[in-house]
Write a protein that binds this ligand. Structure first.
Ligand SMILES: *[C@@H]1O[C@H](CO)[C@@H](O)[C@H](O)[C@H]1NC(C)=O
Ligand SMILES: *[C@@H]1O[C@H](CO)[C@@H](O)[C@H](O)[C@H]1NC(C)=O
Ligand SMILES: *[C@@H]1O[C@H](CO)[C@@H](O)[C@H](O)[C@H]1NC(C)=O
Length: 407
């Protein structure tokens, strides 16, 4: 009896050890090494890093509910199965008890652990993350919430654009940057700033500034924040989060805007030394509402071409198409219309990438799991329910991976 019990308990110990080892091996599955830049290319361990990827902004919020957490795993698993290797998501949620940052400097540990889970799952499924640090808009708090915080503690602020200039507000933002970058993941035990699963930090999702359309106000903010990020974390890549609107530095380029400016300057903002790669978003359905599909696609092609040329020749930095998609709310929408829209974008990305690098990949907006109606925004793609779209995505992933090996 005794020896059998000993045997049983030894076996139990061995099985615990084995599962710990398996678990450790799983955690280490992401290819080690940080994504870096080399001229106008993204590289991983000195080889070209070309990818197909996706947006799922909701990951941390959904992971915060233990009963919903499996949805994060589902999306990483399904995305990874069709070759998607980069995911862009939010590392912010500002204001109130259900948020990550309850008030300036006060954090919700449960929400931080939800973000820890997102990072750990990404690592497990070999997906690299682009983590955005604040929103321009008031979804999840954002720039308006930061200004409100200052206002309610008696700091004189005039409007939301004071986000970019007010020293107190800038201090709140820097504090958030520091908290996230120095966070030690409770699951992986790795500090975020040392985590190779994180491909890049993003300063702000879609910066816009109404009081100064030239691009200079946002430029000064990037000039201050980019070195700050690098002072805490010199390892990771950094991008601004920009949609690509041109500003005043090269007046001719403004002709490529969709008829308006938003306060960014694609060229000067991206020339800032600490910014490692450029980004664009494009929603011609939204930006050119009165125009037909032909005109919208022509805009899309010009938008990609002009930013690719500028990235290659002026910025001499890689370019990533960090958001594009087609909404169910668009006139004439059908799954096949969306699939062909994505095919056109994907083919362009591929041919630009083939043509000497620079265009490193695209991230479609956005993947959801089944049963996530509150997160539907018209652009949602549920891989398990959209086999044709899944196949379009999968083909692009294979082409980008094949291209990696050809370079
Ligand atoms: C948020 O949490 C604080 C401290 O636990 C509590 O006093 C407050 O009532 C909560 N607010 C809401 C809106 O739940
Ligand atoms: C600051 O707070 C006051 C009082 O609530 C409000 O009237 C004002 O609009 C706020 N200003 C800004 C920039 O949010
Ligand atoms: C789309 O709009 C443009 C400009 O108004 C027009 O020239 C073109 O014929 C239209 N194309 C289609 C297919 O309706």
């Amino acid at each position: 009896m005794i020896s059998i019990m000993n045997l049983t308990s030894s076996m139990a110990i061995i099985s615990v050890l084995i599962s710990a080892l398996v678990c450790e091996a799983r955690l280490l599955r992401v290819t080690p090494g940080f994504v870096e830049t080399k001229g106008t290319e993204l590289v991983l361990n000195d080889s070209p890093f070309l990818f197909n990827g996706f947006n799922s902004y909701w990951m941390m919020n959904v992971a915060a509910d233990p009963n919903q957490r499996y949805k994060v795993s589902n999306v990483f698993r399904e995305a990874s199965a069709i070759g998607l290797t980069v995911c862009r998501t939010w590392a912010f949620s500002d204001g109130g008890n259900q948020s990550l940052q309850i008030s300036p400097g006060l954090y919700n540990e449960a929400m931080f652990q939800a973000l820890d889970f997102v990072v750990a799952e990404a690592r497990k499924y070999r997906v690299r993350l682009i983590l955005s640090l604040v929103n321009n808009y008031n979804d999840f708090g954002g720039r308006p919430r930061y200004v409100q915080w200052a206002n309610s503690s008696g700091v004189p602020v005039a409007n939301d654009d004071d986000f970019y200039t007010n020293p107190v507000v800038k201090g709140y933002y820097k504090n958030h940057v520091k908290r996230v970058l120095t966070r030690i993941n409770t699951i992986t035990k790795t500090a975020y700033r040392d985590e190779p699963t994180i491909m890049a930090w993003e300063l702000i999702n879609e910066p816009r500034c109404q009081v100064d359309y030239s691009g200079k106000t946002i430029n000064a903010w990037v000039q201050e924040m980019a070195p700050y990020v690098k002072s805490i974390d010199p390892m990771h890549l950094l991008e601004v989060g920009m949609e690509g609107f041109y500003g005043d530095s090269i007046p001719d380029r403004k002709l490529d805007n969709p008829g308006f400016q938003v306060g960014t300057d694609f060229v000067s903002n991206h020339l800032i030394k600490e910014i490692d790669f450029a980004t664009i978003h494009a929603y011609p359905d939204n930006w050119l509402t009165g125009q037909n599909d032909t005109m919208q696609m022509a805009f899309m092609q010009r938008w990609m071409t002009s930013h690719w040329e500028d990235s290659r020749t002026i910025l001499k930095k890689p370019l990533v198409f960090t958001e594009f998609g087609k909404s169910k709310k668009d006139q004439g929408y059908s799954i096949s219309a969306r699939d062909s829209f994505m095919n056109v974008v994907y083919s362009s990305i591929y041919s630009f990438a083939q043509n000497g690098g620079t265009f490193a990949g695209g991230l479609v907006w956005q993947l959801l799991d089944e049963g996530m109606d509150p997160y539907d925004d018209g652009y949602e793609i549920v891989l398990s329910q959209n086999p044709s779209t899944s196949s379009v995505i999968s083909q692009q992933s294979s082409k980008m991976i094949a291209l990696e090996h050809m370079h």
